[in-house]
Design a protein around this ligand. Structure first.
Ligand SMILES: *[C@@H]1O[C@H](CO)[C@@H](O)[C@H](O)[C@H]1NC(C)=O
Ligand SMILES: *[C@@H]1O[C@H](CO)[C@@H](O)[C@H](O)[C@H]1NC(C)=O
Ligand SMILES: *[C@@H]1O[C@H](CO)[C@@H](O)[C@H](O)[C@H]1NC(C)=O
Ligand SMILES: *[C@@H]1O[C@H](CO)[C@@H](O)[C@H](O)[C@H]1NC(C)=O
Length: 279
């Protein structure tokens, strides 16, 4: 009993620090619950059937979407029974002005899409899920914190050189930025991480991130097939895209090579369709 009073006091103290002057608004109460959950994990379990935010993601720093789980309660599965509200901190003062989600449709079921008119980078957002005014979940972020680009596309390769005659070759791998990221006019600046391996190896070799959209790979064994994949991230941020489709590099047979030495350019086989989410 006494412990609970301590928790509550602590939670309210923390939350009123975060929202000075806002009194016991829904935002204040919403802030209290994550604190309680951290202190007492069983509370989280008992409410695990509630709808919750699963993620917010901006593919290009110009729009973003947030998603939530449906939860177990049948009443809350009825379309329209859950509302998302958001507030932005425009000036230095944080006096939350909650507005309802501008678009529940474009990002699919249980989601809210914020088009570019509703997206401001560097400005803190808070979002909350409610049903009939009851708070279900709440989350705060800035849009640059939730950037996760789409994967690069159009991975391809050309032969540069046969460095050790008949044994090893150098290739140039190239790709294009994800179409969703307007890297010329937009805010986003991407860097790329390339991984490659021989087909039968289990571990990918990882190159350090680069800013260009092509890179040479040196000294690959001509008698092995190789696989290459690439992913992107907002420069100097942590969160990478999924990997691109895997490009399979098959060197031509030696007799073909000899015949082609004047114009060495070889197409890839069809890339794998699978996308591997693991490192
Ligand atoms: C964003 O959506 C609103 C309607 O929800 C629309 O009026 C506005 O034109 C849209 N803005 C852009 C840039 O598409
Ligand atoms: C790879 O590049 C070659 C030569 O530039 C081109 O003909 C081929 O269509 C490209 N393949 C893919 C998958 O883009
Ligand atoms: C091919 O690689 C060898 C060994 O690295 C180098 O000496 C040679 O200049 C390269 N040739 C071309 C055309 O790049
Ligand atoms: C990979 O290993 C399998 C058997 O484990 C073999 O049949 C296949 O030829 C190998 N492929 C390459 C490119 O080495």
């Amino acid at each position: 009993m006494d412990l609970w009073r301590v928790f509550l006091t602590l939670a309210l103290a923390v939350s009123s620090d975060m929202f000075p002057g806002s009194g016991a608004t829904p935002a204040t109460l919403g802030k209290a619950s994550p604190v309680l959950q951290r202190i007492n994990p069983s509370l989280r379990e008992s409410s695990s059937g509630k709808p919750r935010f699963t993620k917010c993601r901006s593919p290009e720093l110009e729009t973003f979407s947030c998603y939530w789980t449906e939860g177990d309660d049948h009443n809350l599965k009825v379309p329209g029974s859950i509302q998302l509200y958001y507030a932005r901190r425009i000036a230095h003062e944080w006096t939350p002005e909650w507005k309802e989600c501008p678009d529940y449709v474009s990002a699919g079921a249980n989601s809210c899409y914020f088009n570019s008119s509703y997206t401001s980078i560097w400005i803190p957002y808070c979002i909350k899920l409610t049903t009939n005014g009851d708070l279900l979940d709440e989350k705060c972020f800035t849009v640059d914190e939730i950037v996760q680009p789409d994967p690069p596309i159009g991975l391809n390769w050309t032969l540069l050189n046969i460095s050790l005659p008949g044994i090893r070759g150098d290739i140039q791998v190239s790709w294009q930025p994800p179409p969703s990221a307007d890297v010329l006019k937009g805010w986003i600046i991407l860097e790329y991480e390339i991984q490659y391996k021989e087909v039968n190896e289990t571990k990918w070799k990882t190159m350090s991130p680069i800013w260009s959209t092509s890179v040479p790979l040196y000294s690959l064994r001509l008698d092995k097939e190789h696989e290459v994949r690439v992913r992107s991230r907002q420069r100097s941020f942590e969160k990478y895209s999924e990997f691109s489709e895997v490009l399979r590099v098959t060197f031509p047979q030696m007799d073909t090579l000899a015949a082609c030495e004047e114009g060495p350019k070889f197409n890839s086989q069809h890339p794998h369709q699978e996308i591997d989410n693991h490192l």
